[in-house]
Design a protein around this ligand. Sequence first.
Ligand code: FES
Length: 118
Amino acid sequence: MPNHKIILNSHDLLEKSRGLRFALPQLGEFATGFVVRFHGKAHAYVNQCAHVPVELDWEQGNFFTVAKDYLICATHGAHYQPDTGHCVLGPCKGKSLQVLPVTEQNQQITIHLDKLHK
Ligand code: FES
């Protein structure tokens, strides 16, 4: 039975820096999710573009634009709001990444996968 949560160390997730990736075997053998920190808060998503179902990051963990204001898909450049997963620019404008609920306490980030859907 797959795990229903992922636990990560808060110290490993820095503001507007590299995202942390994790496997999501519930969605398929190679499926991944990721978490980033933006304005102090952790935000996690399924690592799959709303345009074409590919991972956002070519260079693993590299999700932010150069200006660090949006998450960007490396394939065609869709821009997503880091705190909502909403696509505001690019071929999937108006769509969203799949949000994974996150809680953080006692220096631990917990990503809850109970409601994960394909
Ligand atoms: S696959 Fe992400 S913008 Fe096209």
